[in-house]
Design a protein around this ligand. Structure first.
Ligand code: ASP
Ligand code: MG
Length: 407
């Protein structure tokens, strides 16, 4: 007998029919002799609807009240699913965040889970109940309702699995698992059977949208095996697990892309200590996350400095940078929102040389110009023209995934 945490995303509980379907799957897992804790997202589209409602009432909604509103989507789906399970003759009980004792910090809209006191949930399980937890929500130490950021039910589920020392955290979604790249861009993309935590973190942070990145970080920290799979089939999905030796035989596990960044360049920045701090402090002060940064070597006492920020923030970042540019007497500011970041990810890069060179050759052959490069131990990202993104994804997938192994 195992303890299983199952998480169902918005599409999987997107209609009454689907909620009933999920109830049957949950009841089946219980009938097989397992203890089952279910974590649910809001019904598909509901969180967006609530975000829009808040926006209609107030241009910059108060964060506390906004979280009270947003958390309501999961209250509805957890109650509906419990009702559906009970209707099948299985005892079930819904738990909101304060009942499940999910305590977070106070960062409304992007709260982090600090602790879970699972006493009550364990008691319900002992009583033979199926536990249905509202995902995405928490409470801070003053019992204010918080939410965990978009896609946060993944994190609720992994945290619950860690707290309960569950045997597995199953993430049920509308795709069959984690793919080598986006199948809608590259028809040859295939489902991965297994991927390491670290690769999954890099994939999520470079554009793969299947899991919230915080959930994978948590899974890695507590060694929770995660099984990403479809709620519409019984097929095995992708296991996200600890790295083992067989994994670094594969050079590249996935090709990802991100169109949500813009590039800003400061020209002819005087080459003096302290200027980078002067440029980036106001940007971080405005809570804008800078991704890639490159600074060129200086020849004439000035350097060009290029960096990327989320597209949604680039106008704000630009106005801050323009102010700094005039104070420090830089040569000017350029902005380009028409860029995309394409990345290749794989633990095999740690032990194999030449992956970057091959990536650049593949792009060169296609005459795709690389504007920026950044690397980590197991990832290489390039910034290119947005118009060439799909093409780049396809040729990189072909070179590294379809024809694996030969550098
Ligand atoms: N309902 C929330 C969202 O749409 C949380 C989740 O689905 O994971 O972001
Ligand atoms: Mg999701």
């Amino acid at each position: 007998m195992a303890l299983i945490v199952q998480k169902y995303g918005g599409t999987s509980v997107g209609s009454i029919e689907r909620i009933k379907h999920v109830a049957r799957k949950v009841a089946e897992a219980k009938k097989q002799g397992n203890d089952v804790v279910v974590v649910v997202s809001a019904m598909a589209g509901e969180t967006n609807r609530l975000v829009a409602l808040a926006q209609q009432v107030s241009e910059s909604p108060d964060e506390r009240e906004r979280d009270v509103l947003l958390a309501s989507g999961e209250q509805v789906s957890s109650a509906l699913l419990s009702l559906a399970i009970k209707d099948l003759g299985c005892p079930a009980r819904s738990f909101l965040a304060h009942q499940a004792r999910i305590e977070t910090d106070k960062a409304y809209g992007k709260a982090r889970i600090k602790s879970i006191d699972s006493t009550r949930i364990k008691r319900a399980l002992r009583d033979g109940e199926i536990v249905v937890v509202a995902g995405f929500q928490g409470v801070d130490e003053e019992e204010n309702i918080t939410t965990l950021g978009r896609g946060g039910s993944d994190t609720s589920a992994v945290a619950m699995a860690a707290a309960l020392k569950a045997n597995v955290c199953e993430i049920y979604t509308d795709v069959e698992g984690v793919f080598t790249t986006d199948p809608s861009i590259c028809p040859k993309a295939r489902k991965l059977d297994r991927i390491s935590f670290e690769e999954m973190i890099e994939m999520a942070s470079t554009g793969a949208r299947v899991l919230q990145i915080g959930s994978v970080e948590l899974a890695m920290k507590f060694a929770v095996p995660v099984h990403v799979r479809s709620s519409f089939t019984d097929l095995e999905g992708t296991w996200v697990v600890e790295e083992d030796e067989s994994m670094d035989e594969v050079l590249v596990s996935g090709v990802t892309y991100d169109k949500n960044e813009a590039k800003i360049t400061l020209l002819k920045v005087p080459d003096r200590p302290g200027l980078a701090a002067q440029i980036f402090s106001p940007i971080s002060g405005a809570n804008i996350v800078v991704d890639m940064i490159i600074q060129n070597a200086s020849e004439d006492g000035t350097t060009d400095l290029t960096f990327t920020v989320p597209k949604a923030d680039y106008k704000k970042a630009l106005s801050l940078v323009e102010k700094t540019a005039s104070v420090i007497q830089a040569g000017g500011v350029r902005v380009d929102p028409g860029i995309a970041k394409v990345s290749i990810v794989g633990v095999g890069m740690r032990t194999h040389a030449g992956v970057a060179a091959k990536m650049f050759q593949v792009l060169a052959r296609e005459e795709i110009n690389i504007q920026m490069i950044s690397t980590s131990e197991i990832k290489i990202s390039v910034v290119i023209d947005e118009k060439e993104m799909e093409h780049a994804v396809r040729v990189l997938h072909e070179a590294f995934v379809e024809k694996q192994g030969n550098l």
